[in-house]
Design a protein around this ligand. Structure first.
Ligand SMILES: Cc1cc2nc3c(=O)[nH]c(=O)nc-3n(C[C@H](O)[C@H](O)[C@H](O)COP(=O)(O)OP(=O)(O)OC[C@H]3O[C@@H](n4cnc5c(N)ncnc54)[C@H](O)[C@@H]3O)c2cc1C
Ligand code: SF4
Ligand code: SF4
Ligand code: SF4
Length: 496
């Protein structure tokens, strides 16, 4: 007896839709992600491809957005057709020849940041005389947890340099010093942005290192999701009661930042990355490279489990070094399929799309200048009780510009955060100065001013309608953490 075949009612379109739905089953991409990453961030091109490919989506002309008209199965087809999403694995983590899960086989290196792969590679390279120097980043002995880029020339120093410091390190300065000192074969360890600088110095037509014929640099890149401004994050940790000189290890794992007094024990304090977001270096908001795509060898922890590293050997020489270091007993390596590639791709995607969410706010505020003045801003002394200068010294926090609309007698004052981290609870005081007397004081607090964000304030000033305006307006800004950070008198006078 033959089974009755169900009547074929599907169109080829419905058939292919279901076929791709099955292929994508279990993926995390969905309509929700399309809305979050592409539509709500404003990078949607309004091409309506998403609506064209899905039976439960239609294009809404009114909102210029895709709109659900039925039940979404979360298959992700719309996400995967959108021209703005990044879905190709190579787009997410660059080209590579071989992948490994690896960890050290050297007893002194156990207890490095993750698997100790970077340090073990440096040990191998020194022992085999494949390098005569390496550029690494160590802790500043006089300033706990501040990074200092160093040239090292021995295996012992390589072991001392293990561990991650989650802040920008000026590694290229050290590399140039090494080149000037005539080191010929240098291993360079750096974050993806450091690696990009070195790649450019070799590859671009005006690249500085292009002309150093005898200089060979092996680029060992670290995976990197973000780094933090030491001037901002360390005072925060100290305020939280953490003694930085006692901290032995910092570690970012599964969205949490941990600090350890004893690396083998429990963390003394842990924070979610979201809690520390305001201390993130602003450059990292614009960074799209998680896995050091231009390195010879890229090393990270995501995708490989505790005390191990995920490694991508990208160049021929990178692959040979990994294989030989394992063969000579410096590293234990497992093949590519031991990597949890989905974890790497997920994080890489988060990073590639993170820049879509960076938006600049422009706020226009006009307040009644007759408002009663709050108490004057308390400013912090230039030098604290211990005689120590504030960590930011003379760095400029704000840039201020003015624009006067004569018709409505409003002075527009733009304040831009010129420092790489969030300014919190910033008090702004604006006052007209007439013959040494202050009039019409106006004061407000801005809860958060993001890096390079501009806030525009409209300050009404007196003047006879139709007559040129002359005024002196004093603008002052201060924060709880840094005291007075800006004070300038803006002179308003008609153009002569
Ligand atoms: C700012 C930063 C962010 C990171 N974010 C992630 C992440 O999100 N996901 C992930 O999987 N891995 C991340 N890493 C990489 C991870 O912390 C380890 O460096 C990597 O897994 C190698 O581990 P390891 O055990 O081989 O390192 P080790 O053998 O301990 O060697 C670490 C090497 O890193 C160098 N180093 C330390 N700090 C810096 C620095 N600031 N700049 C340049 N070089 C430095 C040291 O000189 C040393 O050579 C990050 C690293 C940094 C520096
Ligand atoms: S496919 Fe992408 S870019 Fe095109 S309309 Fe849909 S969300 Fe926008
Ligand atoms: S059912 Fe439609 S809207 Fe939902 S994820 Fe699939 S393609 Fe996108
Ligand atoms: S996130 Fe990007 S810019 Fe920031 S430290 Fe890492 S590689 Fe550099």
């Amino acid at each position: 007896m033959t089974e009755d075949k169900p009547e074929q009612t599907e169109t080829p379109y419905e058939y292919s839709f279901e076929f791709i739905q099955k292929k994508l089953e279990g993926k995390k991409d969905s309509f929700g992600m399309l809305m979050k990453e592409i539509v709500r961030t404003g990078i949607c091109t309004e091409c309506a491809t998403c609506a064209a490919v899905c039976p439960v989506l239609e294009w809404d002309d009114l909102t210029a957005q895709p709109k659900l008209i039925g039940k979404c199965t979360g298959c992700g087809i719309c996400y995967n057709q959108c021209p703005r999403t990044i879905t190709d694995p190579y787009q997410l983590m660059g080209e590579f020849k071989t992948g490994y899960v690896s960890n050290t086989n050297i007893p002194e290196v156990i207890g490095g940041q993750d698997g100790g792969t970077v340090t073990s590679l440096l040990c191998y390279l020194f022992d085999e005389h494949l390098i005569d120097a390496a550029v690494v980043t160590m802790k500043d002995p006089s300033n706990p947890w501040h990074p200092v880029a160093q040239i090292i020339t021995s295996k012992d120093d390589a072991i001392k340099s293990s561990g991650s410091i989650y802040s920008h390190s000026q590694t290229v300065e050290a590399l140039m010093d090494a080149v000037r000192q005539d080191f010929r074969s240098i291993a360079f360890v750096g974050t993806p942005c450091n690696i990009d600088a070195v790649s450019k110095m070799f590859d671009s037509p005006t690249g500085m290192l292009k002309y150093f014929m005898r200089c060979h640099v092996l680029k060992i890149g670290l995976f990197c999701m973000d780094s933090f401004a030491p001037e901002a994050i360390y005072p925060f940790f100290e305020k939280e009661g953490i003694d930085l000189s006692k901290v032995q290890k910092m570690d970012i794992n599964k969205g949490k930042f941990h600090l350890y007094y004893d690396p083998q024990g429990e963390p003394v304090k842990s924070y979610t990355i979201r809690q520390l977001d305001k201390f993130k270096s602003s450059s990292c908001n614009f960074c799209t490279d998680l896995t050091a795509e231009n390195a010879d060898i890229s090393v990270g922890s995501v995708g490989s489990g505790a005390n191990k590293n995920t490694v991508f050997a990208r160049s021929g020489i990178g692959t040979e070094i990994m294989e030989d270091a394992a063969e000579k007993g410096y590293l234990k390596i497992e093949p590519f399929n031991a990597i949890n590639l989905n974890a790497v791709l997920f994080l890489a995607k988060l990073k590639k799309v993170s820049q879509y969410t960076v938006r600049k706010r422009k706020v226009f505020i006009v307040r009644d200048a007759d408002e009663k003045e709050e108490p004057r801003i308390e400013t912090k002394p230039e030098v604290d009780q211990a005689g120590v200068k504030p960590p930011l010294g003379a760095r400029k926090f704000l840039s201020v510009s003015k624009d006067l609309k004569e018709t409505d007698q409003i002075l527009n004052i733009s304040l831009t955060n010129t420092i790489g981290f969030v300014l919190e609870d910033m008090k702004i005081r604006i006052v007209s100065v007439e013959e040494l007397f202050e009039k019409k004081p106006w004061i407000t607090t801005i809860t958060e001013l993001f890096p390079f964000e501009t806030i525009e304030i409209g300050y009404p000033i007196d003047g006879e309608p139709g007559q040129p305006i002359r005024a002196n307006v004093l603008v002052e800004a201060s924060t709880e953490a840094f005291g007075k950070i800006f004070s300038r008198t803006l002179k308003i006078a008609p153009e002569e």
